[in-house]
Design a protein around this ligand. Structure first.
Ligand code: FUC
Length: 819
C-alpha cells in the first residue's frame, strides 16, 4: 500500500510539475489563443461541428453542419457521352492522345456542374468586457474526453471555458465560469457570410437562418437554422440589436443547435426550424454535468478501444505547436501516439452513423468557397479517410461511407447508361452531397471511371473483418452492379487483346511524351482495382451461394486483365507502356495501390513486384503533399521498412505556416494535415500507416511488428483489429514482441508472423506450414508480371520471422509470451 501510495505521489508529482495540468498525453495544448483557422481546435459529432479559437476577448466558434452544401438535388452526366465513346477509343488505340483528350473534354466531361461545395454555416462570437489584459493563458483539446478548455486570469479573476459537441444530444455545449461571482460580461451574436437573417428572438435566444449558395448552374436550396440558447446563473441578459448582452453573470451555459432541410440526396423536405428547436428543447434543461457525462460515455465507447503508448520524453512538456516544430530533431515519441489518436478522434468526430461521410476537410470548413469544394475526391482522398476505420476498431464509423456508396450505386446507373451505354453503375473521380457520378473538371483529372469500383471494396473489406454474411448480403448488390458495368465497358486493346478501361487516366498523372494528355487506357491502377473488384465479388457470391452463373464470367474477365509490368528502370509501370520517368515526383502513386491498400504485392509471394514498388517509391521521393506522405507511410510499412516509414512520419509532422500557402505538405499548429491547404486525408492516412507499422493483416497472416522503427524500442498498443475477426494487443521491449494478446471473435486458425520466438500459454507453438486454412487470410493469385529485359531487380531480403499456427475458438483469448 505504502509503495503504491508513493508511486502515485511520484507519478502525479512529476506530471503535475510538468505544467500544472495532469495527463497531457492525450491533449493538444497551447499557451496562446488561435488567431487563424489553422490554429483553432476542432470539435464535432459527425453531424455538427465547430472550430474553437479560444480568444479571451472575443471567443469565436466557427460552425458547420454536415449537410450544408451548395446547390440542390442535381446530376452532371454529359448526355453526349455515348456519341463520343467510340471515336475516343479509336483515337486512343492509334496513340492520338491529344485528340482523345479533346474529345473526352467535349463529349464526356460535365458541361456545367462540376460538383457542389460543402459550406460554412457561420459563427458564434462572444465579445467580453474586462478581460483585455489577461495572463496565464492556456487552451487545450482533450482528445480522451472530446472537450475544449481554456483558462486565463484577468483583474485577479480566473476564467474558464469548456466546450464540447455532444454525441447523444447533438448540441454544442459551452460553459463559461469564473472563480468570482458576477464576473461574466459579454455580448453574443451569430453571423454568417451567406445570405441570412440573424437576430435575438428573446433575451436568451439567438437565431440565424439562411440558404446555401447557387453554384455552377445549380440553385442553392439547402436552408439552415441555427439557435444559440443562453442560460445564465446570476446577472441578467438583454437584447441589444441582433445580439444578446449578458451582464454580471456567475456562470453561463450556451447551447447551439443546427439543422438543415436536407433529408437525403434527392429530397429537401425536412423542417430545419422545427428540427433545430426540438434538438434544443431536449437538451437545454439537462445539467452540464449530465450532458458531459453522456457525451463522454458515447465518445469513449469508440475512443477507448485502442490504447497506444510509445513512452514519453522531456520534449512532451512543450506546447503542441512547438513540439511539431521540434519533432524532426527531438526525441518525442509521445507526439506520434498523440497524432495517431488525433486521427481516431477526428474520424469519431466527423463520421457518425446517420451523418455524411468525412469529406476533404472531415466536417470542418471555415469558408463558403473551400478548396476543391471540400467535396469527395474518390481517386484516393475519400478512400484514405477510411483506411483507419476497421483496423483501429472504429467499424461503426464506416456507416456513412457505406450509405454514400449505396447512393452512388443508384445515381451511377444513369451515368453508366447515358454516357457509356452500359449496365451497372459507375462513378468517376468526385462525388458530392447530391451523389453526382459524372466526369468533373477536365478529362486529364476527371476521366477516371474507377471511383465507384475502388469505394465498393471498402464494403467487402468490412466483411473480411467481421465475417458477417448478413452484412455481406446487404452490400452484395452494390458489388455485383459495379462488376456489371465493367462487364459491358471493358474493351480489348489492340496489342495483346487484354481487356482494358478506355478512356481513363492514372490519377492525375501525365505520361511523358503524350502530347500533354493524361488520357490513356489499361493503366496499372485500373487493372489492379478491377482485379480486386471481380475477385472480391466472386468470393462474395461463393460465400453467399448466389449468382453461380456469374462466376465463370468474372473469372474469364480476371484472366484477360493486363498483368502488372516491370519497366526498364526496374519500376512497376504506371501505364500500359514503359513510359515512366524516374525523375517524376508526382504526389499520386496510383500504381502502388497493388501494394497498399491492396494486397496483390508483398515480400513473400511477389518479390519482383515488391522490389519494383520500392523502386517507384525511391524515384518519387518522400516529401510531397500531406496525403501523399500519409500514403507513403503505409507503403513503406508494407515494404517492411519501419525506419523509412518513420522518416515519412517526420516529414509529415513538419510544422507548416498556418496562413501562407505553398506546395510542401506537413502539419498545421492545430495538428490538421496540410496538403496545403488543410485536407484531412493526411491525418487519416498517417494513422493507418502507423497501424501498418505495428500490425498487418494482408499478407496471409497476422504480422506482428512488421515495420517497427529502431527508435521505437519499447511500446504497447491494444485493441487493433485484423481480418478474420481477431483483436490484438502487443507489448514490445527492446524491439522484440514480449507479449501478444489475441481475442478471437470468429474462431479459426490464427497464423502469426512474429520477429522473435514466442510461447503460447507456456507451450511451444507449431511452425506454420502451407496455406493458411483461415479463409479470411487468402492472398489473391495474380498473374505473373511481365518484366522488361533491361530491368535490374534487387534481391528481396526479409528479416527473419517466425510463423506460427494455432487453432482458436470463438470468444476465447490467447496470450503469447516471449520465449
Ligand atoms: C486530388 C489530388 C489533389 C487534391 C485534390 C483534393 O485532385 O490530386 O492533390 O488532394 O484531390
Amino acid at each position: 500500500m505504502k509503495k503504491l501510495f508513493l508511486l502515485i505521489l511520484v507519478v502525479f508529482g512529476f506530471v503535475g510539475q510538468m505544467s500544472g495540468q495532469f495527463n497531457r498525453g492525450l491533449k493538444l495544448w497551447y499557451n496562446k489563443p488561435a488567431t487563424v483557422w489553422n490554429e483553432a481546435l476542432p470539435i464535432g459529432n459527425g453531424h455538427i461541428a465547430a472550430m474553437v479559437f479560444g480568444d479571451p476577448k472575443s471567443e469565436k466558434l466557427q460552425l458547420n453542419e454536415g449537410t450544408f452544401w451548395s446547390g440542390s438535388p442535381s446530376r452532371n452526366d454529359n448526355p453526349d457521352g455515348a456519341k463520343y465513346l467510340d471515336s475516343i477509343r479509336t483515337a486512343l488505340f492509334k496513340g492520338e492522345w491529344k485528340r482523345a483528350e479533346n474529345l473526352s473534354n467535349k463529349g464526356l466531361t460535365a458541361k456545367k456542374n462540376q460538383g457542389q461545395k460543402f459550406q460554412n454555416i457561420g459563427h458564434l462570437e462572444l465579445k467580453f468586457e474586462g478581460v483585455e489584459n489577461y495572463s496565464n493563458y492556456y487552451r487545450e483539446l482533450d482528445i480522451e474526453n472530446a472537450i475544449f478548455t481554456s483558462t486565463f486570469s484577468a483583474n485577479g479573476i480566473q476564467f474558464k471555458r469548456e466546450i464540447f459537441t455532444s454525441f447523444p444530444d447533438n448540441v454544442i455545449v459551452i460553459r463559461l465560469s469564473a472563480n468570482k461571482k458576477k464576473s461574466l460580461n459579454f455580448s453574443a451574436g451569430l453571423n454568417s457570410e451567406l445570405m441570412k437573417d440573424s437576430k435575438a428572438i428573446n433575451a436568451q435566444t439567438l437565431q440565424m437562418n439562411g440558404i446555401s449558395s447557387s453554384h455552377e448552374g445549380v440553385e442553392g436550396k439547402v436552408k439552415f437554422n441555427t439557435i444559440a440558447k443562453i442560460k445564465n446563473k446570476g446577472g441578467l441578459t438583454e437584447i441589444s440589436g441582433n445580439e444578446i448582452k449578458v451582464k454580471n453573470a456567475d456562470e453561463v451555459l450556451i447551447f447551439i443547435s443546427m439543422a438543415t432541410n436536407f433529408t437525403n440526396y434527392n429530397s429537401l423536405t425536412t423542417d430545419e426550424v422545427q428540427k433545430s428547436q426540438s434538438i434544443l428543447t431536449k437538451a437545454e434543461n439537462k445539467s452540464y454535468k449530465s450532458l458531459f457525462a453522456a457525451h463522454q460515455k458515447a465518445y469513449q465507447k469508440y475512443f477507448k478501444r485502442v490504447d497506444f503508448q510509445l513512452g514519453t520524453s522531456e520534449a512532451a512538456k512543450k506546447p503542441t505547436d512547438e513540439r511539431i516544430q521540434n519533432f524532426k530533431n527531438a526525441n518525442d515519441p509521445e507526439l506520434v501516439s498523440l497524432y495517431y489518436q488525433f486521427g481516431r478522434y477526428l474520424l469519431i468526430s466527423s463520421s457518425q452513423p446517420g451523418g455524411q461521410p468525412a469529406n476533404l476537410q472531415g466536417i470542418w470548413n471555415g469558408s463558403k468557397n473551400p478548396a476543391w469544394d471540400s467535396k469527395y475526391t474518390i481517386n484516393i482522398n475519400t478512400e484514405m479517410n477510411y483506411w483507419p476505420s476497421e483496423k483501429t476498431n472504429l467499424t461503426e464509423l464506416n456507416e456513412p461511407l457505406i450509405q454514400m456508396v449505396k447512393d452512388i450505386s443508384q445515381t451511377g446507373q444513369e451515368t453508366a447508361k447515358v454516357m457509356y451505354k452500359s449496365r451497372g453503375w459507375v462513378a468517376h473521380h468526385n462525388t458530392d452531397l447530391w451523389r453526382i457520378t459524372g466526369v468533373v473538371d477536365f478529362a486529364n483529372a476527371g476521366q477516371w471511371p474507377l471511383g465507384g469500383a475502388w469505394l465498393s471494396q471498402h464494403l467487402y473489406d468490412k466483411y473480411l473483418y467481421n465475417g458477417d454474411t448478413e452484412y455481406l448480403k446487404s452490400v452484395y448488390p452494390v458489388l455485383k452492379s459495379a462488376c456489371q458495368f465493367f462487364e459491358d465497358f471493358l474493351v480489348p486493346e489492340p496489342e495483346h487483346g487484354w481487356l482494358v478501361v478506355a478512356p481513363s487516366n492514372s490519377p492525375e498523372n501525365y505520361p511523358p511524351n503524350h502530347q500533354g494528355s493524361a488520357i490513356t487506357y489499361g493503366n496499372t491502377m485500373d487493372n489492379q482495382i478491377l482485379f480486386d473488384l471481380f475477385t472480391k465479388t466472386l468470393h462474395a457470391a461463393e460465400v453467399l451461394k448466389l449468382d453461380q452463373d456469374k462466376i465463370s464470367v468474372w473469372k474469364n474477365i480476371i484472366s484477360k486483365l493486363p498483368p502488372m509490368q516491370i519497366g526498364r528502370y526496374g519500376q512497376l509501370q504506371e501505364w500500359i507502356g514503359d513510359w515512366d520517368n524516374p525523375d517524376d515526383n508526382h504526389r499520386h502513386v496510383s500504381h502502388l495501390y497493388g501494394a497498399f491498400p491492396s494486397n496483390q504485392i508483398n515480400a513473400y509471394t511477389t518479390p519482383e513486384l515488391f522490389d519494383a514498388t520500392r523502386t517507384v517509391l525511391e524515384h518519387r521521393g518522400d516529401v510531397s503533399t500531406g496525403w501523399s506522405m500519409g500514403w507513403k507511410v503505409n507503403l513503406w510499412a508494407k515494404l517492411l521498412d519501419g525506419n523509412h516509414a518513420f522518416k515519412l512520419i517526420k516529414d509529415q509532422l513538419t510544422l507548416v505556416d498556418p496562413v501562407k500557402s505553398g506546395d510542401q505538405g506537413g502539419t498545421y499548429p492545430n495538428m490538421f494535415d496540410a496538403h496545403p491547404p488543410f485536407q484531412i486525408d493526411g491525418n487519416f492516412g498517417c494513422t493507418s500507416g502507423i497501424t501498418e507499422m505495428l500490425l498487418q493483416t494482408q499478407s496471409g497472416a497476422i504480422d506482428i511488428l512488421p515495420a517497427l522503427p529502431d527508435d521505437w524500442k519499447n511500446g504497447k498498443i491494444s485493441g487493433l483489429r485484423t481480418y478474420g475477426g481477431f483483436e490484438v494487443d502487443i507489448v514490445w521491449e527492446n524491439n522484440k514482441a514480449k507479449k501478444i494478446r489475441i481475442k478471437s471473435n470468429l474462431g479459426g486458425n490464427a497464423r502469426l508472423r512474429i520477429p522473435n520466438q514466442m510461447l503460447l500459454e507456456k507451450e511451444n507453438l507449431a511452425l506454420a506450414q502451407g496455406k493458411n486454412s483461415n479463409p479470411f487470410f487468402e492472398i489473391p493469385e495474380i498473374k505473373k508480371p511481365l518484366i522488361s529485359s533491361s530491368a535490374k531487380l534487387n534481391e528481396v531480403i526479409v528479416k527473419k520471422t517466425y510463423m506460427y499456427d494455432f487453432p482458436t475458438e470463438k470468444g476465447k483469448t490467447y496470450i503469447l509470451k516471449i520465449k
